[in-house]
Ligand binder design. Structure first.
Ligand code: SIN
Length: 193
């Protein structure tokens, strides 16, 4: 089963947290560093059994349908922990967020873990292998080369990767997949975004 690269209608039909006046959203990619939506509260957080991978194609932000970029998604990974940022939002923000994340991402519900033992179910945008823009795994050096030659309406693909790496460092987090791609990217000629 493959669903379309444009997931806007699928997400708009979702009704998790219907009736709630606020909910937590977990961001692990550009949602960590590009916060173009209002929120009530923001806290560093993590999700378990998910790994962050540059396996999703980007047709609308960091690439084009003809030359997709590579951006972050989450893949099921037992025992893994993905660090990111959680935002307490009102459901009204989905109008903007669904549009922003429409290139293959679907709203999933997962437990978001905060510092200490605190956790609660929240929403995360995941682009899994069933979406038409999914690119899948590749060696990190190849991912870096792909990123280095990609750009789209939101800017260069390199900028996405480098801003994410910076944001993770600012959170005090280490993600070896992201940092390995960053190292390869910085070693390429003309790698500046
Ligand atoms: C996210 O950041 O949580 C989703 C992927 C992205 O927008 O980069």
């Amino acid at each position: 089963m493959t669903f379309p690269a444009d997931t806007l209608d699928l997400n708009r039909a979702m009704n998790h947290f219907a009736g709630h006046d606020r909910l937590w959203l977990f961001g692990y990619g550009s949602l960590i560093y590009k916060v173009d939506f209002p929120f009530l509260e923001r806290r560093p957080a993590r999700v378990r059994n998910w790994g962050r991978r540059f396996w999703q194609g980007s047709h609308d932000h960091r690439g084009t349908p003809e030359h997709p970029g590579r951006v972050a998604t989450l893949v099921h990974s037992p025992g893994a922990v993905c660090e990111g940022m959680a935002y307490l939002i009102t459901p009204g923000e989905f109008k903007h967020l669904d549009y922003r994340e429409k290139n293959g991402y679907l709203r999933w519900v997962t437990d978001i873990h905060f510092t200490g033992d605190e956790s609660c179910p929240g929403v995360v945008y995941v682009a899994d292998e069933h979406n038409a823009a999914f690119l899948g795994p590749a060696p990190e050096r190849e991912i870096a080369e792909h990123i280095a030659r990609s750009a789209g309406p939101s800017g260069s693909n390199a900028e996405y990767l480098l801003q994410l790496a910076e944001a993770l460092r600012a959170l005090g987090e280490h993600d070896e997949h992201v940092f390995a791609i960053e190292r390869y990217l910085r070693s390429l000629p003309d790698s500046a975004p």
